[in-house]
Design a protein. Structure first.
Ligand code: NAD
Length: 490
């Protein structure tokens, strides 16, 4: 089968390349990696993987470019980001095809969500480049916020373009130069993005891309003495390894890691609205979202009602071929993820959780492809592994509570602290609960995503913040200049 997006990248001559110093180059690394379509389990393309030498070359290019990009005007940075934004929108269909093919997102979701929200990060970064106060004065001191330097950016496969733009946008707006290592499992959208950067006229070396795996390219980037900062989005396991590799060079490490986010239903919540929306949020992107609210914490006396509402919401999902516009959900992204989901469903059953719907195996009629059954467990308790471990698939755990204090304790009974949801009609009460939850972003009554809301983790969900002003500040160093006073202060 021929895929237009693969043909596009092959014609552009970039499938077997890395992008360094403004051009596509053959990597020194000789390894190749197949891109697997998760809906058929078939290889659809082969990409070249770089190695530590390619990282060296890319970092050197980024270092050279930093000398001029770091002192370029805010207008120039904003203008580049504006062109990048325009090109992503212009090539939105290609991006949607790439994402759908490489990680299985239903094409309608790729078109309506994956690509537009990714473009938003560039738009916000463009606006901030022109408006952020890089120099302020306080108590006679000039506070200058300067670009931190050369940044290594390591991204996952679940929201592949979105995770890239959430890092590249603010890094370039700040005046940093970057070496991107996208997930080896979702390289097509990343190659398209590099093409956009080139066509937008990014100066040579400002943006570089080295495809590769974590232990080789990711580790080399993390340990590199001439990289000033690493921003990683990925599992807590990988985040820890990156921090360890980065420690000897004392570079800044921003970690955006895993989650096991709670969705706390207060007794006065509008259950008929909140439960289906909670199911939709938990299963968005087939449950492969770091902040997916996969623990629904509900008053015990409402358990039966919640189960009924959740089962009805799941019955309305259409799991199937991601290329069909009828499908709301495609397969999970890869074999490892499929096996993980199966293993966790098995664990839920073995631990005695009650299966409300879904279960082991593929949905009926889908014999091939990494399709998992959207699964809801009820009567889950916090000791069960399905209540504690990030599953990263369509598995929801409904956990009953008897008192508000217990509900908050359950919400916080996790090593993670990324997202959280609170549902309730009394806004004051919902706000009070939001204040007690140890997580970086809390949504009350399913408030929609906002590209200005800083996003990041407490506890083992990481230490960085992305999006909006806080996302930009991650890429800035603070310099205090004493004696540089305004005339009126002198
Ligand atoms: P992963 O940890 O397997 O890989 C993420 C990235 O890290 C990839 O590019 C990978 O190659 C790289 N990597 C792996 N080992 C490395 C090493 N030793 N050194 C350097 N780099 C290494 O994660 P994944 O399966 O791609 O993504 C899913 C995970 O990402 C989930 O845990 C999810 O919660 C998390 N995630 C977090 C956020 C967030 O903003 N907090 C967003 C999306 C995904």
């Amino acid at each position: 089968m021929n895929f237009p997006i693969v043909e596009h990248l092959a014609n552009a001559g970039c499938l077997d390349r890395v992008f360094i110093d403004g051009e596509w180059r053959l990597p020194v690394g000789r390894a190749r990696s197949a891109v697997i379509d998760p809906s058929t389990e078939q290889a659809v393309a082969e990409i070249a993987l770089g190695n530590a030498q390619d990282v060296d070359t890319a970092v050197a290019a980024a270092r050279r470019a930093f000398a001029t990009w770091s002192v370029s005007s805010a207008d120039r940075r904003a203008a580049l980001l504006d062109r990048v934004h325009g090109l992503i929108l212009e090539r939105a269909e290609l991006f949607a095809q790439a994402i759908s093919l490489e990680m299985g997102a239903a094409i309608s979701v790729a078109r309506s969500t994956q690509v537009p929200v990714a473009a938003e990060h560039i738009r916000v970064a463009r606006d901030l480049a022109g408006s952020y106060p890089f120099v302020t004065r306080r108590e006679g001191v000039a506070i200058v916020r300067e670009p931190i330097g050369v940044c290594g950016l390591i991204t996952p496969w679940n929201w592949p373009l979105y995770q890239i733009t959430a890092k590249v946008g603010p890094a370039l707006a700040a005046g940093c130069t970057v070496v991107l290592k996208p997930s080896e499992l979702s390289p097509l959208s990343a190659l398209l993005f590099a093409e956009v950067m080139r066509d937008a006229g990014a100066p040579a070396g400002v943006f570089n891309l080295v495809n590769g795996d974590g232990p080789d390219v990711g580790a080399a980037l993390s340990a590199h003495p001439d990289v000033d900062m690493i921003s990683i989005t990925g599992s807590t396991r990988a985040g820890v390894l990156v921090a360890q590799a980065a420690a000897p060079t004392v570079k800044r490490v921003a970690q955006e890691l895993g989650g096991k986010s709670p969705n706390l239903m207060l007794p006065d919540a509008d259950f008929a609205r909140a439960v289906p929306m909670g199911v939709a949020a938990a299963f968005r992107n087939v449950g492969q979202s770091c902040s997916a609210p996969t623990r629904m914490i509900v008053p015990r006396e409402r358990l039966a009602e919640v189960e009924q509402l959740a089962a009805a919401a799941v019955a309305a999902l259409v799991v199937g071929d991601p290329r069909s516009t009828q499908s709301t959900h495609g397969p999970v992204a890869n074999r490892a993820q499929f096996n993980r989901v199966q293993q966790m469903i098995e664990a839920g059953i073995a631990d005695g959780a009650r299966l409300v719907c879904g279960g082991l195996g593929r949905p009926p009629g889908l014999e091939r492809g990494f399709y998992a059954r959207p699964t809801v467990f009820s009567d889950v308790n916090t000791q069960m592994s399905i209540a504690q471990e990030e599953i990263f698939g369509p598995v929801l755990a409904v956990i009953p509570y008897d008192s508000l204090d217990e509900a908050v304790a359950i919400a916080n009974d996790t090593v993670y602290g990324l997202g959280a949801h609170v549902q309730g009609r009394d806004l004051g009460a919902a706000r009070a609960v939001a204040a007690r939850i140890r997580a970086g972003q809390v949504h009350i009554n399913h408030q929609a995503w906002n590209p200005h809301a800083p996003f990041g983790g407490y506890k083992r969900s990481g230490n960085g913040r992305e999006y909006g002003v806080e996302g930009l500040q991650e890429y800035l160093e603070t310099k205090a200049i004493l004696g540089d006073m305004n005339e009126e202060q002198a």
